[in-house]
Design a protein around this ligand. Structure first.
Ligand code: NAD
Length: 332
């Protein structure tokens, strides 16, 4: 099964196939030099299986964790491609979560002004969100995602078999992003996630339906000039919480808390129950006033306040510019 993402100057498929890693050569062009980026936490067999189906593969394994999305590893990838004489006709494949995807895509976007990039996401977060939409980035001088580009993959391959090795906390953190998309844009999907008795059996469907939402958003607004900002629901405060938590909380967990601060009481009640069902936090334990200084670095911030996504009713949203005083008075 496939979903095609297309807008003015881009078109690529999201390919859904269990067991896809072992037939990657049937799905994409691997008859060329291929740099495969993975990390030390991703079972090595995934990148090795992909490599076995490429004509000439070079696996680069970086340490797991956000700290690897850095300039040193970006240079490592470029140096490897240069030393192996990669040309414009060759390609890069990410086999990992959002860290590998963002970094590999950024390197691919710069090498010879852009070579083909394929994403094989291995976390729920990467399948639901980061592998789609063409945002690439590295963190720099302690600032997250501050150096990057918009660069679309040539294809995204989603093989949910790889999620069997992902621990439950990571699965749930990824689901927070699907809950986010459903809360703003698809009341039926929200209800499905709310009612779902055995979510593991329906993970593939939840991912695909969340991808449908993201497809509509990125096709209409590929470069985040307007509508795409809806994907930031829960992120404005969420990013500040992530910085304050210093690695104790996963991104999706911070987004979960952030969403709870940006919705009506009615939504809070339903959303809170869903988040608890997936063992996601709902309460902000940090003083909101302390988070504000970090929010002032947000790309959407100005001297007077910051633009936030607010959900008044499940399946809908509005953009609200909130003053710093208003934010400081939010009840956790
Ligand atoms: N580009 C975008 O649009 C976008 C959107 C959202 C998030 N992001 C970025 O994504 C990153 C977070 O991504 P993430 O949550 O996937 O984190 P991650 O890439 O760090 O992966 C989480 C952990 O899971 C491990 N792992 C990955 N796949 C596994 C598997 N199948 N089995 C066992 N372990 C596995 C990894 O080794 C890592 O330790 C952040 O850097 C964030 O900025 C980007």
């Amino acid at each position: 099964m496939k979903i095609n993402i297309s807008s003015r100057d881009l078109s690529y498929d999201i390919i859904y196939e269990q067991g896809a890693l072992a037939k990657v050569d049937k799905l994409i062009d691997t008859d060329r030099k291929t740099l495969i980026l993975t990390d030390s936490g991703v079972p090595a067999c995934y990148a090795e299986t992909v490599a076995a189906h490429c004509r000439e593969a070079y696996i680069v394994t970086i340490p797991q964790g956000e700290q690897s999305k850095c300039i040193d590893n970006y240079l490592l990838i470029l140096k490897k491609m240069l030393s192996e004489n990669f040309t414009r006709k060759d390609c890069v494949i990410a086999v990992g979560g959002g860290v590998c995807g963002d970094l590999a895509a950024f390197a691919a976007s710069c090498y010879m002004r852009g070579i083909a990039f394929y994403n094989i996401p291995t976390t729920v977060l990467a399948m639901v969100d980061s592998s789609i939409g063409g945002k690439t980035a590295i963190d720099f001088e302690g600032v997250k995602n501050v150096v990057g580009s918009f660069y679309q993959p040539s294809a995204v391959i989603i093989d949910t078999d790889v999620l069997k090795t992902l621990d439950e906390r990571q699965v749930n953190a990824g689901l927070a992003e699907a809950i986010k998309m459903a809360a703003t844009s698809d009341a039926e999907l929200f209800e499905f996630i709310e009612e779902c008795k055995d979510y593991k059996a329906h993970l593939g469907e939840i991912i695909r339906r969340a991808n449908e939402i993201k497809k509509k958003v990125v096709e209409e607004d590929p470069q985040e000039k307007g509508l795409r900002k809806v994907l930031n629901f829960g992120h404005t405060v969420g990013h500040a919480i992530e910085a304050a938590a210093k690695g104790e909380l996963l991104h999706g967990e911070c987004v979960a808390i952030g969403m709870m601060l940006m919705c009506s009481d009615e939504v809070k009640e339903r959303l809170g129950k869903v988040l608890e069902k997936y063992a996601l936090p709902t309460k902000c334990t940090f003083d909101i006033k302390d988070l504000i200084s970090s929010m002032k670095h947000d790309k959407k911030a100005s001297d007077s306040g910051v633009s936030c996504v607010f959900v008044d009713r499940i399946g809908s949203f509005e953009f609200r510019t909130m003053s710093w005083e208003e934010l400081a008075s939010i009840k956790a």
